[in-house]
Design a protein around this ligand. Structure first.
Ligand code: SF4
Length: 246
C-alpha cells in the first residue's frame, strides 16, 4: 500500500487484505468502500469476502524496515486503511501472516486500529504476552452507543500502547474514563456526505485528555471539501505523541 500517506498521525499504510463490512455509524460513509466502488470492486457488498493481497504488497514493509534500520529511524505504519485487522472474515492465513511480518519488522511501529475489539483476544498470536513492543492497539470511538463500549474492551487487552481514534466524532461523548489509554486522535468526517462535528464535543474530549494526562492528536475538522476545516483548535495545532514514544 501507500509509501506515503495523507494521514497525519502515521508514516505509511499497509493492508494485509482488502474488503470489509459496515458495523457501526462510523462506517456509514466509509471512504474505503467508496474507493473500492470507484475502482470497480465489490468487496464491501453484503456477503462478499475480502481479497488477499499480492506478494509484492507484502514485501513493502520489509523494505521500510530495512530503510528504518539503515537510517536509525523507526517508521509508523497504520495497518488496515482498507480493512479491519480483527475482522472474522479475514482471508485464510492472512492475519497470521501479518503477525509474522510484525515480528520480522521491529523498526516499524505498527498501528492496528479496529472497530471489532471483542475479536482481538481471540486473534492475537500465542506469544503476544504483554503486547509486542512494536504494536499500538486502537479502537474507533465515534459515539456513545458503539464507541464507548469499545474502550472498555481495549483496556483489558495487554498492549504497549493503547489508543483511541475518535473519528468521525458524531456526538458529545460525555465523561470518558481514559485509564490505560495512552493516546487519543480526534477528527471530523470529510467528504460530500460528511456529518458535522461540534467544537464543544472536541473541547470536551480534549479537556478530559488534559485532565487525565493522555496525549492528543487533533487531525482535522473535516467537512465536504478536503482540508476545508483545517486542523487548528483555538488557533493552535494539537499534535502530541503517546508519552512512551517521545
Ligand atoms: S470497519 Fe472501517 S473499513 Fe470496515 S466498513 Fe467500517 S469504516 Fe469501512
Amino acid at each position: 500500500m501507500a509509501e506515503q500517506t495523507q494521514i497525519s498521525w502515521t508514516d505509511s499504510t499497509f493492508n494485509p487484505w482488502w474488503g470489509c463490512q459496515r458495523i457501526s455509524p462510523a462506517c456509514d460513509n466509509c471512504y474505503a468502500a467508496a474507493l473500492d466502488h470507484r475502482t470497480g470492486g465489490s468487496y464491501w457488498e453484503t456477503g462478499n469476502k475480502p481479497r488477499a493481497m499480492s506478494d509484492a504488497n507484502w514485501k513493502k514493509p520489509l523494505r521500510w524496515h530495512h530503510e528504518a534500520q539503515v537510517h536509525g529511524n523507526p517508521r509508523k505504519v497504520f495497518c488496515g486503511s482498507m480493512c479491519d485487522v480483527f475482522d472474522k472474515n479475514a482471508p485464510d492465513g492472512q492475519r497470521e501472516r501479518l503477525f509474522e511480518l510484525i515480528r520480522q519488522t521491529p523498526m516499524l511501529q505498527w498501528q492496528l486500529l479496529t472497530k471489532r475489539p471483542t475479536n482481538i483476544e481471540k486473534y492475537l498470536p500465542d506469544d503476544w504476552g504483554d503486547g509486542y513492543d512494536n504494536v499500538w492497539l486502537g479502537v474507533t470511538v465515534e459515539d456513545c452507543k458503539y464507541g464507548l463500549p469499545r474502550i472498555d474492551v481495549l483496556k483489558n487487552i495487554p498492549a504497549r500502547i493503547r489508543f483511541l481514534s475518535v473519528e468521525p466524532l458524531l456526538q458529545d461523548l460525555g465523561n470518558i474514563n481514559l485509564t490505560g489509554i495512552d493516546w487519543v486522535i480526534i477528527g471530523g468526517e470529510s467528504g460530500p456526505c460528511s456529518r458535522p462535528m461540534s467544537p464543544e464535543w472536541v473541547d470536551n474530549v480534549m479537556h478530559q485528555c488534559r485532565r487525565q494526562n493522555v496525549a492528543v492528536w487533533f487531525k482535522q475538522w473535516g467537512g465536504n471539501k478536503k482540508d476545508k476545516g483545517g486542523c487548528l483548535v483555538h488557533d493552535a495545532e494539537i499534535k502530541q505523541w503517546p508519552h512512551t514514544t517521545g
